[in-house]
Design a protein around this ligand. Sequence first.
Ligand SMILES: NC(=O)c1ccc[n+]([C@@H]2O[C@H](COP(=O)([O-])OP(=O)(O)OC[C@H]3O[C@@H](n4cnc5c(N)ncnc54)[C@H](O)[C@@H]3O)[C@@H](O)[C@H]2O)c1
Length: 304
Amino acid sequence: MATYLVTGGAGFIGSHLAKRLIADGHRVRIIDNLSTGRRERVPEAAEFIQADFTKLHEIKPHFAGVDGVFHVGALPRIPFSIEHPIEAAQANIFGTLNVLVAARDAGVKRVVYSASSSAYGAQPELPLRPDMPVNPLNPYALHKQVGEVFCRHFSFFYGLETVSLRYFNVYGSGMADEGAYVTVISVFKNQKLAGQPLTIHGDGGQTRDLTHVSDVVDANVRAMTSPNVGKGEVLNVGSGERHSINKIAGFFGGPVTRQDARKGEARDSLADISLTKELLGWEPRIRFDEGLRSLLKEWGIEPM
Ligand SMILES: NC(=O)c1ccc[n+]([C@@H]2O[C@H](COP(=O)([O-])OP(=O)(O)OC[C@H]3O[C@@H](n4cnc5c(N)ncnc54)[C@H](O)[C@@H]3O)[C@@H](O)[C@H]2O)c1
């Protein structure tokens, strides 16, 4: 049994991860300031600390006795990072730095960092490989990428084991359903349930690699325990398949309206997951069609 600290454990991905760790028999401590997270998402068996990781003194004492940290917490909204550049950078850049410092000082063995495929931005070719030069197109993407570099530095300079997992559009039960960065799936859900037409930006031919949250959780668990990583490696966590926005709309059915393409977002995304498979022995288990259909049913929407 290990003691794990999950930042952002009241959020979408963090709460799924906390549940899995508890089910695996571990002790779980959650740090979350409930800015976008919700208290009721925190599993009962977890120790909950309402604290803000932009304040080192608030979080530092809670790293004592922790074996591993999953740094999942962030302000993960592109529009928010454009409208509030300082606040977003404080949470995403300095928050990550604080978590790394607190982990280092407490003698934590490993930090698994929730990075983002948005670091790739627009690339001349697909699939997206971790050895490609990054091209962050918006402040959020830049913040998340800076976090990866910090992780690598902390491994190099201080011997803190770190791994960065670049998630590709995560979906599943409890995913965020407000704000403009929310995956297109949530936007369509809200529109469908409100009886409105689905809004498609641009021609709808843009594609996304979408990853089920249970696969993201599994990648985290493996990244924490694998002997093959710990030096700041950057690994893709995606499905290795891509789906157009038009295709996703097709699952929901009904009329669509079209709006201008969004600025600062890559047209296509597709993960090369070969390195993740090789180092973590991980591969996605939930096929998109299967995952989306069961989510739609959960929302009371009959999939087409
Ligand atoms: N959801 C996706 O598709 C996706 C894709 C790529 C990367 N990610 C990354 O995965 C992580 C989790 O994303 P999510 O979708 O679960 O988001 P989320 O908003 O549901 O969860 C983030 C959590 O962090 C907490 N938080 C924010 N600022 C904090 C602070 N200063 N102190 C303490 N807690 C704070 C929030 O309250 C929230 O509970 C983020 O790091 C995000 O960048 C998510």
